[in-house]
Ligand binder design. Structure first.
Ligand SMILES: [Zn+2]
Length: 283
């Protein structure tokens, strides 16, 4: 194959900053509220059927985190602190909102039945409203009742509060744990979009050695499952991110990342075009 050696860029392009914006704050804030509210409502429905201790708040948190990642990708929000604030808000609303949804479900959404039981011909709404406890009174009554504990004893009040705090902490932690790794994907400051994979596949040994030279690494003597991945911002205005991965003889996965300008991208693409992409032979 012809060998005009493309040059990688010395460092990631300077456009890969994460600008703050009112748009990001508004969408991240509102989206966090909506996502948290939906997951709180869903959790309230689901826990009537099954709510294993520890696992349930982790699942609710993971689902909330996945939804926030989807939101920031679709809305193209790149600012790290905005994303973290959004997921903290969504996780907190999902965790604490469950109590509020249960409260609404117990006292507000079925108020029609109370009216049916009262004699007709009079507006009873003021009376019914006075009978309904406030959210604070409802929480205190829940604490007095106690959560069913493992040993069958009603839990003391401090333990109920503690268990709510632990549940909320697990939910928020799981949401953050899902979201933070997703922020490592590059983001272009010029067209304000996340990078997406434009091309990927398996490559043969000579091509992987070429890409490794570009990345400034030396491949081990035996490699398998050699793959490449090219990604770009939607506008194609920033450098191309190229990833090369392989497994060594012991099956350990290595990944290197480097950046290419337009000329380098064209040369790498031409080299990849000549490769039989299904090749995955042992050396
Ligand atoms: Zn761009």
């Amino acid at each position: 194959m012809g060998d005009p050696q493309p040059q990688p860029l010395d460092r990631p392009p300077p456009t890969l900053k994460r600008p703050w914006s009112w748009y990001g704050l508004a969408v991240g804030g509102l989206g966090g509220l909506v996502i948290g509210g939906l997951w709180a409502w869903w959790a309230e429905v689901a826990q009537n059927y099954l709510a294993p201790v520890v696992v349930f708040p982790l699942l609710i948190g993971a689902g909330t985190g996945i939804a926030v990642v989807g939101l920031v990708r679709i809305a193209q929000i790149g600012h790290r602190a905005t994303i973290v604030a959004s997921v903290l808000l969504a996780g907190s609303v999902a965790a604490l909102g469950q109590h509020y949804v249960t409260y609404l479900d117990s006292y507000y959404w079925h108020r029609g039945k109370a009216f049916q039981a009262l004699p007709a011909g009079h507006d009873w709404s003021a009376v019914v409203d006075r009978m309904v406890p406030s959210f604070g009174q409802y929480l205190q009554s829940q604490v007095r009742l106690g959560r069913p504990s493992l040993l069958g004893y009603p839990a003391p009040a401090w333990l109920v509060w503690l268990s709510w705090v632990v549940d909320a902490g697990l939910t928020v932690a799981a949401a953050v744990a899902v979201t933070v790794p997703a922020m490592h994907t590059p983001y272009c400051d010029r067209c304000r979009t996340w990078y997406r994979v434009t091309r990927n596949g398996k490559i043969d040994l000579p091509t992987s050695a070429r890409l490794a030279r570009l990345a400034g690494v030396v491949l081990p003597p035996q490699t398998r499952s050699r793959r490449y991945r090219l990604s770009n911002c939607h506008g194609g205005c920033s450098a191309t991110c190229c990833e090369l991965s392989w497994e060594d003889a012991q099956g350990r996965l290595s990944v290197v990342q480097f950046w290419l300008d337009a000329a380098g991208r064209g040369q790498v693409a031409a080299a990849l075009d000549t490769v039989a992409s299904e090749t995955d032979e042992e050396e």
